[in-house]
Design a protein around this ligand. Structure first.
Ligand code: ATP
Length: 366
């Protein structure tokens, strides 16, 4: 009987619970035993109660719950080989050799590394006397399947990540609230949204709320000159009768010399223009609350496919990542997607913003 474990790792995102629910129930449907790993990689390292066998009822009602009910953590121990060896031992103790990880690129990189080291970790466990060669014989390979849970929509090769549309919805709702008071007082508001290396949330929120100006990391603004352009745009909109200005700033926004552009920098420019300007940093409300319908069905369909991918996996298949492209659930090599994601950050770091934008593969940035 196949034993599959499912876990969430890295930053939480709305829809992770729907993903766990789908993996648990699909696994049970196919006759597998399904375990939830609580507290991210910390749970793999500590084992015991943090590896819990799940029943159909255990995930009842999870579709509409925000956050991740099985917990998540940043785990330093899993970055060390010794920690991963301990994790391998705990999985073998429970008889588990397949792991579905829902997390960001860091979590998925860690998962793939774990898979590649698995045979040598198992050998070491035998050498250390923790298991006999007979005991580990059925655990030659570890199957890893990745689901991308992230509000940033920062993973290359997939159109949307689990949680991104929920965060976007929340941001738009908040900007609408802010716009109402801004119009009343004829004010300008600078709204900072999440997105350290990826401007998707800022860009989409800006389009959806009709913002005057959007700052994102991929489209760095000209150093020392952006202030004038911003002022010109806001003035032009005011001249057309607009009573408020909305500027959306991704937390990772940059100028073309790689200096951060912060919400307060933007505020200073607008005050200079004579606008009564306030800053709102949305922070963790963007992660909170329930998942929108998009994230619920995306997580469900991807969770179902993750189990199928586990069952179809052979030792020669590279770890798959379940994505969505042009409305179809797809599988791609996990490490290819991670490498592509890293190349966007590298392009930004080397000031090749055109490359960063082309790698993002979105027609919206221009
Ligand atoms: P988010 O996008 O929300 O930041 P993430 O999955 O990228 O999510 P990280 O903090 O990068 O978040 O990773 C989560 C955990 O995954 C880490 O705390 C660590 O335990 C594990 N991890 C990350 N990178 C590696 C790595 N290169 N090797 C081993 N483990 C890793």
């Amino acid at each position: 009987k196949k034993k599959i474990a499912v876990m969430t790792s890295g930053g939480d995102s709305p829809g992770m619970n729907a993903a766990v629910r789908a993996v648990v129930r699909t696994g049970l449907h196919y006759g597998c035993d399904v375990y939830a790993v609580y507290e991210g990689y910390e749970g793999l390292l500590r084992g015991g109660d943090l590896l819990k066998k799940m029943s159909w009822e255990d995930v009842r009602g999870w579709l509409s719950e925000g956050g991740t009910l099985i917990g998540t953590a940043r785990c330093m121990g899993f970055r060390q080989r010794e920690g991963r060896k301990q994790a391998a031992g705990n999985l073998i103790t429970e008889g588990i050799d397949a792991l579905v990880v829902c997390g960001g690129d860091g979590s998925l990189t860690g998962a793939d590394l774990f898979r590649s080291e698995w045979p040598s970790l198992v050998q070491e466990l035998v050498k250390d006397g923790k298991f006999t060669a007979e005991q580990v014989a059925p655990y030659r390979n570890l199957t890893i399947v990745g689901l991308v849970g992230s509000i940033d929509n920062d993973m290359s090769g997939t159109d949307s990540t689990i949680g991104a549309y929920s965060a976007l919805e929340r941001i738009c709702e908040m900007v609408d609230y802010i716009d109402a008071t801004a119009k009343s007082h004829s004010r300008a508001f600078v709204v900072e949204v999440m997105g350290r290396h990826c401007g998707w949330l800022a860009l989409m929120a800006g389009i959806a709320t009709g913002a005057d100006y959007i700052f994102i990391p991929e489209r760095a603004v000209p150093h020392g000159k952006w202030q004038d352009e911003l002022k010109e745009v806001c003035q032009r909109h005011r001249a057309k009768g607009r009573r408020n200005n909305t500027i959306i700033v991704a937390e990772g926004a940059l100028d073309d010399q790689l200096n951060p552009v912060t919400a307060n920098d933007v505020k200073d420019a607008l005050i200079d223009l004579g606008l009564d300007t306030k800053v709102t940093i949305l922070g963790h409300v963007q992660r909170g609350g329930t998942a929108v319908a998009h994230d619920r069905w995306l997580a469900t369909l991807q969770g179902v496919d993750a189990v199928r991918a586990v069952l179809e996996n052979t030792p020669d298949t590279p770890s798959p990542l379940i994505g969505i492209l042009e409305n179809k659930i797809i599988r791609m090599p996990l490490m290819e997607s991670v490498a592509l994601t890293k190349s966007v950050a590298d392009a930004i770091e080397s000031k090749d913003f055109d490359k960063a934008i082309s790698l993002r593969d979105t027609e919206f940035i221009e």
